[in-house]
Structures are given as C-alpha cells and as structure tokens.
Ligand binder design. Structure first.
Ligand SMILES: C[S@@+](CC[C@H](N)C(=O)[O-])C[C@H]1O[C@@H](n2cnc3c(N)ncnc32)[C@H](O)[C@@H]1O
Length: 539
C-alpha cells in the first residue's frame, strides 16, 4: 500500500491500467478463465488526476445493490486470487505467478495489474486483516479462508491501488460469488461497503494500536511483530542506528520492505555487457553495480542475453557480493579453483563463475537439493560452454556442503557460503516470506549455517578467502555465526570487507557499517539487506 497514489505508479504503466479498470467498466466476462479483462483495448482517460480522484477524501459508497453486482470473476482478479490460494497452500509467490499469468493469458498491463494486486495484497495482508476484522465486526478465524483472501484483494484495490470504489466492490463481490457462492457475495458486499467508508489514513487511525512500539509498527507497516523486533535489533547490532536514530531508521526500513523492488539485470562478465543490456532493453546502467542495469520497464525474459543465460535478473546487492569475493586479495600460489558451497538456484554462481573464468580459474558449484542443483545446471549452462572454450571448467555437484571441507581440504582459493537463512532481508522480493517465517526458524538454521561456514574454512587453501553471506540482517544469522565459528579456530582471521564494495563509478559504497562486516539495506542502498563477511585463512 503506497503512502500516496504515485508510489504505485510505475515504470510499466501499471497505474494507467489500474485507473482504467477503476473506471468501472463492467463488461461481463465469460467466467474466471474466459474472455479478456474488462476495459482491455478501450481508451479511457487515465493518469495522475484520475488516480488521485479516487484517492483523497472520503470514498463515495457504491450505490449498487448486491443483487445487481457482477457474478463473474474478472481474469486479473481471479489470477491474483489464485496466487493467494497457492501461497496459502505453501507455494512461493514469485515462482507461482508466471504460470498463473500464462494460464490466464495475461500480459502487458493486465499482467502488471494482476501482479501488483497479488503481491501488494500479500505484502499488506497484516494491515488489511486488521481493517477487515474491524469492518466485518468479527475475528478473522470466523471468516472462511477463501472469502478472507477475496476481501484482502478488495481491501488492496480500495486502499492500496485506488481502484474506484464501485469497480473494486463489484469485482470483489463477483469474485466472492464465483469462488464461495452467492451467500458469500452478500457478506463481502457488506464488508466492502464498510471498508470503503474510510480512506487509508482513517483506517490507520482506527486500527493501528497507539504507542509506536513493535505491535503498532507491525500493523502500520504490515510486518509480524517479531520481524519488527528483529529488524530493530539488526539496525542497532550492525551499527546502522543508535538508540536515538533507530526508530526513524526502522520506519524507513519497514517502508522500503513494502516497496516493490525495481528489476535489475546482471551482465555476466565475458558473456554479456552493460552496454549490450542497455541497447537491448528499456534499461539504464546501475549506479551501484559495475555489472548491472536497471530496467525501466518491459519483460526481462524478452531480452536475448537473459534468455540465453548470458545475463540474468539479479539484485544489485547480490552482484556486489560476488564481485567483492572475486576482488579480495589471495596469496600467490593459491589453487585456480573457486567454490560456491550453497549455489541453488545459481544467481551468484553465475557471476562468480564468470569472474573465475576471467581470472583463469574453475568454479565448483555445490547444492544439496537435487531440484535446485538442476536449476544451477541450467543457470550455468551458457557459462559452462564459454568456460570450455577457454579451457576452464564449471562443475555443478549435488552434494552436502557440510562434507566438502573434509572431502577436499585446502583445495580452493575462494569460497562463497551464501547460507540458507530466513530471508528477512529480501521481504520486498518475497511477499509471503514475512508471514511464513517463524522466530524458531532462526534457531533451527543456526547449526547448518555454522557447519557450512566451518566446512568452507576447511576447504579453502592457506592464503585463500571465504565470503559468508546471507540475505538476512538478523544478528543471529550474521555476526553471531561468523564470530562463533572463527573464535574456535586459530588458522583464520576476519578481514574488513568494506573496501571491496565500490559502486559502478569506482567510488566506495557509503553506509556499509563500522566494519569489518558489510551490511546492505533496502532503505539505504536500494538492495536486499545482504550481509557479507570476509574471512582469510592464514598462511
Ligand atoms: C540462500 S540460497 C543460495 C542462493 C544462491 N547463492 C544464489 O545466489 O542463487 C541457499 C542454498 O543453500 C542450499 N543448501 C542448504 N543446505 C545445504 C547444504 N548442506 N549443502 C549445500 N547447499 C545447501 C539451499 O538448498 C539453497 O539452495
């Protein structure tokens, strides 16, 4: 849910699409999967004025009687609903969405609308649930889960996307009727009317508990309370904030978590280039990553270099990490072998392997899950052919990284441990993660993270380096893991990693913390909240 309507207005023209749908054109569709979305191809006025018109001031109630509402589900809404049900059954939204869009034959603006409706609703679920409970006058446990998902989608249209009230209400009731029957339609109609009686600010005043603590921030910014508490501790623990500044930093971070990330591409060195991507896509060079571009719009899958595995969609933070490890100083005579110990699905291995080949080294990518190892093979296929041509080797192994240190001691010059973690630093990208993760996950992952790092320390040759990374800033997954493992050994030292992080113009990246570790932040760097520690094996 944006703070103002313009937040949602995007690089892809999605606002225009939403506004068009918000016009209330109610062309009947042929059921959930039939026909095209209403308004498609019609030229209706759209844009900021129109979007704002529905946004400011009290909303007008929809005068349509329930019996006169549509009884069909419009395809973009049905697609978003299907996504929510898939997520409720355990699916990952970002993996599920492409198939849903294909099944509903949605592309362009319609796909963008369905995506924002689905992802935005999932992100803002915590806040909308508070609104719905209030508007329905009953606890959520007394609302059928399917109907609750329909209501969440309706709430996002009203409060987060500024779809006109009558269109949002009509389509939400139609969807409810299709998925849960006419009786549900009446209930949904009543709740939507109540939701539409207040605007966003009024709902905030009504449902956000006072006090500004974790509970209050959790509802306001739609994060579980334990995540708010953990992020606060992370800001303090990494030295990003002090007691005096942490409240403002935390709010900025929580807000950034709710901003859909821009799409970045990485040009794998030797296979593609920033210039190629800028010429081939609606993109501009990244200011942060020397290997990256930022898409202004369009489908990354339409870019030839991406389709061919020479470039890929990748957060700038991940790009910087791979570059940092490749840059770190290694003692002369270290083996010409690099290792990615937790490679699936292969994003960082794609960059690290390309940099290894450039440096005259081989890459071994290890992944324990056979399915994810297969994804790594696919990701690295083009790189493998490129390496073969230069007499280098890219190898993908399905294996347990915890055993590699013992199997191949002191065999590698550079090792990346991109450890399995809670992903609390990538909440922008994985909208359901905040609701699925539990505080107990942190403790459950701790032994695995420590064992993988210990194995990496064994696998690296004297004078070689290990990069330990997570896409979580949680103190227990980052600093505690590194300090715990390193303090048990006499043959390694932690090195200040900050100087390895320079932007596309070669300038030091600001705001990395007090060292020796690096912590990136969405609200500071525009990246996922990636953590990186550099450890060197003594000679
Ligand atoms: C954070 S992800 C890595 C992301 C990857 N580096 C990328 O950039 O695409 C962590 C990966 O570690 C894998 N993993 C978990 N336990 C492992 C183990 N014991 N050995 C090797 N890989 C493991 C997980 O299956 C997961 O694919």
């Amino acid at each position: 849910m944006p703070r103002d309507a313009s937040r949602w207005r995007p690089r892809t023209g999605r606002a225009a699409s939403a506004s068009r749908r918000g016009s209330g054109s109610m062309a009947e569709q042929g059921g959930p999967s039939g026909g095209r979305p209403e308004g498609r191809g019609r030229q209706r006025p759209s844009g900021p004025d129109r979007a704002r018109g529905g946004a400011r001031g009290p909303r007008r109630r929809s005068a349509t009687a329930p019996s006169a509402r549509t009884r069909r589900a419009e395809p973009t809404r049905f697609a978003a609903y299907t996504l929510l049900r898939g997520v409720a059954d355990g699916a990952y939204a970002n993996l599920e969405l492409p198939a849903i869009l294909r099944r509903h034959r949605l592309d362009g603006r319609d796909a963008a609308f369905a995506t924002e409706l689905g992802f935005g609703t999932i992100r803002w679920q915590g806040f909308y649930d508070a609104v719905i409970a209030d508007a329905a006058g009953r606890p959520l446990t007394r609302i059928d889960p399917q109907v609750l998902d329909v209501l969440r989608l309706g709430a996002h249209q009203l409060l987060g996307m500024r779809v006109a009230t009558h269109a949002a209400a009509d389509q939400t009731v139609g969807l409810a009727t299709v998925v849960a029957g006419a009786g549900a339609g009446g209930f949904v109609n009543a709740v939507m009317r109540r939701v539409s009686e207040r605007d966003l600010e009024q709902w905030r005043e009504a449902v956000v508990p006072p006090g500004g603590g974790a509970v209050s921030l959790g509802v306001r910014h739609s994060h579980p309370e334990w995540v708010v508490t953990a992020l606060r501790a992370s800001l303090l623990g990494h030295g990003r904030a002090t007691a005096a500044t942490v409240d403002a930093e935390l709010e900025a971070l929580l807000e950034a978590d709710n901003d859909p990330p821009r799409v970045h591409l990485v040009a794998r060195p030797g296979l593609s280039s920033v210039a190629e991507l800028v010429a081939a896509a609606d993109a501009e060079p990244s200011a942060l990553s020397p290997l990256g571009v930022v898409l202004r719009g369009g489908d990354p899958g339409a870019v030839a270099a991406v389709r061919e595995g020479r470039a890929a969609v990748q957060d700038e933070g991940s790009q910087l990490l791979a570059v940092a490890l490749a840059r770190a100083e290694v003692a002369p005579g270290a083996p010409a072998r690099w290792l990615d110990l937790c490679a699936g699905p292969g994003g960082k291995a794609g960059v690290l392997g390309a940099l290894a080949v450039e440096a005259g080294a081989d890459l071994t990518a290890v992944e324990v899950s056979p399915h994810r190892a297969e994804l790594v093979r696919r990701t690295l296929a083009a790189l493998g052919r490129h390496a073969d041509g230069l007499g280098r080797r890219i190898e993908v192994r399905t294996a347990d990284g915890r055993e590699l240190g013992e199997d191949e001691p002191e065999a590698y010059a550079r090792v990346l441990v991109d450890a399995p973690c809670t992903g609390l630093g990538a909440l922008r990208r994985r909208p359901e993660a905040r609701w699925r993760r539990q505080p107990s996950d942190v403790a459950a992952l701790a032994p695995l993270q420590r064992a993988l790092l210990a194995s990496a320390l064994d696998a690296v040759a004297p004078g070689g380096v290990i990069g330990y990374a997570t896409c979580s800033p949680h103190i227990a997954e980052t600093r505690f893991v590194v300090s715990d493992v390193v303090k048990r050994r006499r043959d390694v030292e932690v090195v200040d990693a900050r100087e390895l992080f320079t932007d596309a113009a070669g300038r030091p990246v600001p705001g990395l913390g007090d060292g020796p570790y690096v912590q990136l932040w969405p609200h500071v760097h525009g990246t996922d909240a990636m953590f990186f520690a550099l450890v060197r094996k003594l000679t």
